[in-house]
Design a protein around this ligand. Structure first.
Ligand code: PRP
Ligand code: ADE
Length: 117
């Protein structure tokens, strides 16, 4: 949802990484483990060229499994993943500022209840 607007703002191209069977045409995929099972990310073949620099954007990070799978998928096609950015960081990633060695930027982090007063 945020990816196209951010790509437009920084003059980058937008490449969707989607859940299985959402993208038409030929895709490559990467499976990963979630809090509640396994899932898979898909990307169009040829969408990213070797050596291209990439920022991975998602709405939310919890365990970091989805971002890690996105990084793996992009690295398989020779991309250089520069950093990851999310709007919401759940407590699972509190104090975590890297995913697979890449900087992780988070806009909003929920407060824990004992931090409220
Ligand atoms: O850091 P993680 O533990 O991997 O969780 C983060 C992911 O969870 C949500 O997607 P979800 O897999 O729930 O599916 P959705 O995109 O259909 O909401 C969210 O959009 C992230 O992609
Ligand atoms: N714990 C969580 N709460 C809400 N959305 C999520 N997506 C992945 N993990 C989640």
């Amino acid at each position: 949802m945020f990816g196209p607007a951010i790509a437009l703002a920084i003059g980058a191209k937008f490449v969707p990484l989607r859940k299985p069977r959402k993208l038409p045409g030929e895709v490559i995929s990467e499976s990963y483990v979630l809090e509640y099972g396994t899932d898979c990310l898909e990307m169009h073949v040829g969408a990213v060229e070797p050596g291209e620099r990439v920022i991975v954007i998602d709405d939310l990070v919890a365990t970091g499994g989805t971002l890690s799978a996105a990084i793996k998928l992009l690295e398989r096609v020779g991309a250089e993943v520069v950093e990851c950015a999310c709007v919401i960081g759940l407590p699972e990633v509190k104090d975590c500022c890297r995913i697979k060695g890449r900087p992780l930027y988070i806009l909003v982090e929920p407060r824990l209840s004992d931090e409220c007063c």
